[in-house]
Ligand binder design. Sequence first.
Ligand SMILES: Nc1nc2c(ncn2[C@@H]2O[C@H](COP(=O)(O)OP(=O)(O)OP(=O)(O)O)[C@@H](O)[C@H]2O)c(=O)[nH]1
Ligand SMILES: [Mg+2]
Ligand SMILES: [Zn+2]
Length: 354
Amino acid sequence: MLKKKDKKIFKRKNIKLQNLKIGNLEHFDEEDIIEEKRAEKKLIEKGETSSKSFLNLKKGRILEVKTNHRCIVKIENKKILCSLSGRLKQINFETRTLVAPGDYVNVNVSDDPRIEEILPRKNALSRFSISDFQTEIVLASNIDQVVITSSFKEPELKTGLIDRYICAVRIFGLLPVICINKIDLAKDIQTIKAKLEFYTKNNFEIIYTSAKNNVGIEKLRNMVKGKDTVFSGHSGAGKSSLINLLQPGLDLKVAEISDFSQKGIHTTSSGRLIEWNFGGYLIDTPGIKTFGLHRKDKEKIPRIFPGFGTLAETCKFQNCTHIHEKNCSVKAALENGSLPIERYDSYLRIMGSL
Ligand SMILES: Nc1nc2c(ncn2[C@@H]2O[C@H](COP(=O)(O)OP(=O)(O)OP(=O)(O)O)[C@@H](O)[C@H]2O)c(=O)[nH]1
Ligand SMILES: [Mg+2]
Ligand SMILES: [Zn+2]
């Protein structure tokens, strides 16, 4: 065995390998890898390469997370079951949700594919677990938009609920889109539009649909095409009906995905990404109904409540809550009639509930 010092000299002099005994050769290899890593580290510090360039890494996207940190990852149009590298599992000890559907990852593609890196998330939809106090569970990540689905009737359209959803969606850094379904139950579309005038004025995108009469579906499809979308909204609004119209037979596809998982692999509590045949992903998350506002986000509401953003900029106090402060632009708008009282009421109800 060569001593460490000798090995250094040996390396420097670039002595040929054939002069070494097998045992030394093994040792040399190890040392070589360490050297390689050191060189690699220097390159990374200079920002010249990825940290894992010596592995056969391929970028992919997590579609679904199974138990034991096994994930279905889409890599170059194939769905591959991958596990997490040991190093990443250790990190998992501190942060519960290490991988989530939607995450972009670098996978070492081999006989036993392993996720070596998780790329930074653009955004994430999460909820807090009930059993484990204050543990944040990431349901899905890197999402483009949330379609807030509401029915005009059955159940009755409630703008207060839309406001809550908009606030929650914005807190997660996502784009809210409003979809009013069951317009077949209205006498005329003007009645509905009048109810939502405030949102239109404030540049919210609204789509009117009837899953029953196949109205507005093409428009909705164009809106979700090529994007990653979550459909949220209260039970019975018509989310499933709309999704089925957007891609008939998608339910079948859903079943195919679960077939892909072999015996004993169960889906964890987070969601999954389902690819539309016209491009983009539908993000299916079981926790979506419980995704809501958290007390810790209360201070953000005065600036993200629909229509309050620009007004809040001219309030005297930067952290104005628009409740008890003087020289408040929101209250001024309320007094001069440019802000409808029901908007302010909705705001107060949300603030009061947190
Ligand atoms: N009149 C009318 N009924 C509809 C329309 N869309 C859906 N429905 C009906 O509304 C009910 C609920 O629709 P779903 O698609 O199951 O609603 P959902 O939002 O998926 O509900 P959850 O899965 O419980 O969250 C069903 O009985 C549908 O047939 C529509 O455009 N007009
Ligand atoms: Mg449904
Ligand atoms: Zn104010």
